[in-house]
Design a protein around this ligand. Structure first.
Ligand code: MV4
Length: 500
């Protein structure tokens, strides 16, 4: 086994990797920016090293500093987590050139899957169905028009270097194509330094369903079934689940087999995800993500696999100890991404100090978090505070369990997405499994606050009074004079007979 791993990441995924390291007896080496000096991952790791100022370009993205820390700390491997450098082939290559093990696929695989037309060519050659469209970039708007006429409108113009929705344009009719083509090319040049574009038939309201795969260094590949990730906003997933409410055992087997073929076609090593669009009865390859994903826990809950532990074992050269027939699925899992964003004000990022954090517990509940009380939420990194994951015997029970767990979750100090999730759990289409990537467009009511200011103030006051009263009864010292002092005034006015 690998004896030490440098974790080139922060937040909940750094905590998740540290936990896997602990269980495997692997020394966990953390890095941190100046904004993360006292963050949970720094305290939880065996060692931690500063890598620079708060902006990620000056810290978590500094390959030179990360490799210097790896050398100084004697790390044998580097785990990139997700985001930051996770899908940057140059980082994977630099890690290996430094004589360390990269916990992830080969650099060549990352490069191939990062180029969306190359990925489509490889998948198509391997017999994996791709959305009808180009296998090579189109040279200009005129060539694009010919392709579009063949496919039939609407079409989608996509950036070859893209992914995640950047440089993408829906085109409803021929007259719109030239302008959309120019706009997408400009956006792609700005975002990726590469304006190559290709066309796909636009599917109207597909589901986003992805298959988790694991490949070892000995050519073995298994799939661990699907995750349904249709509930998303601006290409950020909000709720994920396993299994998908629409995937039958037959469809799972067909998609799973296609995902395994996809992974084998690129000699995939490690944990990866093959994304598909599912439309009517067909499924089409969309992209392959060459990293551990945020939503990996729902797969862990239903399969019992520890995906991060498997990443480390595979990196160490261990063969998979399961064959496809050994993989089974039990119950239903849901994940809600808890972010520091205000769902009732356009998911505006919210900043401030976490004043109070109480996380849910009880049967079938898992909190993968990256914060503690006292943590300062800023704007330097992505807004994910943690993930609430539940597992139950069936989907209806999982939804009830998630609703219960969300009610137990208390995060004070910043606005969070939790109230949005609580409402999704009650929404009839969600409960019926009627999902597509257009779910939020079709449910704008979920983004409107249904609590009046008066009601909110009344509840806040009642909560403050109850807490103050409770403290007085227990005669505990006041934690924060400012707040408690103000509350004493209320107590004197409202409940004079309760003054101890
Ligand atoms: C599509 C599509 C419909 N038809 N491709 C969005 C991000 C990028 N990864 C691909 N995306 C889409 N590609 C065709 N041919 C619809 C989307 C899409 C989407 C995909 C997955 C999850 C959420 C989405 C939200 C809007 C559009």
């Amino acid at each position: 086994m690998i004896r030490s791993v440098l974790i080139a990441n922060r937040g909940e995924i750094a905590m998740r990797i540290i936990r896997a390291c602990r269980e495997l007896g692997v020394r966990a080496i953390a890095v941190y920016s100046e904004a993360d000096r006292t963050s949970p991952h720094v305290l939880a790791a065996d060692e931690a090293y500063g890598v620079g100022p708060a902006p990620s370009a000056e810290s978590y993205l500094r390959v030179d500093r990360l490799l210097e820390v790896a050398r100084r700390a004697g790390a044998e491997a580097v785990h990139p987590g997700y985001g930051f450098l996770a899908e940057r082939a140059h980082f994977a290559r630099a890690v290996e050139e430094a004589g360390l093990v990269f916990v992830g696929p080969r650099a060549e695989t990352i490069t191939a899957m990062g180029d969306k037309t190359e990925a489509r060519r490889r998948m198509s050659a391997a017999g994996v169905p791709v959305v009808p469209g180009n296998l090579d970039p189109v040279s200009d708007a005129e060539a694009a028009l010919a392709v579009a006429r063949q496919l039939g409108f609407p079409v989608l113009v996509k950036a070859a270097a893209g992914g995640g929705g950047k440089g993408m344009r829906v085109v409803a009719e021929a007259s719109e194509l030239p302008r959309a083509f120019e706009a997408a090319a400009r956006e792609a040049v700005n975002a990726f330094g590469d304006g190559s574009l290709y066309l796909e038939k636009f599917l109207l309201a597909p589901r986003h369903i992805e298959i988790q795969v694991l490949g070892d260094r000995h050519g073995n590949v298994v799939h661990l079934g699907e995750r349904e990730c249709s509930i998303q906003r601006r290409h950020q997933k909000l709720v994920e689940e396993a299994p998908s409410p629409v995937v039958t055992p037959e469809l799972r087997e067909a998609m799973g087999r296609a995902a395994v073929r996809a992974a084998q076609a690129v000699g995939y090593v490690g944990a990866g995800t093959v994304e598909f669009l599912v439309h009517d009865d067909g499924f089409y390859f969309l992209e392959m993500n060459t990293r551990i994903q945020v939503e990996h826990p729902v797969t862990e809950m239903v399969t019992g696999a520890d995906l991060v532990a498997w990443q480390l074992r595979i990196a160490a050269g261990e063969p998979l100890d399961v064959v496809q027939e050994d993989v089974t699925w039990v119950g239903h899992a849901l994940e809600c991404r808890i972010t520091s964003e205000d769902p009732f004000h356009g998911f505006l990022p919210s900043t401030g100090r976490i004043e109070l954090l109480e996380v849910p517990a009880g049967p079938g509940v898992r909190w993968d978090g990256g914060i503690t009380a006292g943590f300062e939420v800023g704007l330097h990194y992505d807004p994910l505070l943690g993930k609430l994951i539940v597992h139950a015997p069936d989907r209806a029970a999982a939804i009830r369990r998630m609703a219960r767990a969300l009610e137990e979750l208390t995060i004070l100090g910043v606005a969070t997405s939790a109230p949005f999730h609580r409402r999704v759990m009650d929404e009839p289409d969600f409960r019926a499994g009627r999902l597509s990537v257009r779910y939020l467009d079709e449910h704008p009511e979920l983004l409107r606050d249904d609590v009046s200011d008066e009601e909110a103030r009344a509840v806040a006051l009642a909560a403050a009074l109850l807490e103050d009263d409770d403290r007085a009864r227990r005669r505990t010292p006041r934690l924060r004079e400012g707040g408690a002092g103000r509350l004493s005034a209320w107590r004197a006015m409202v409940w004079p007979w309760r003054i101890p």
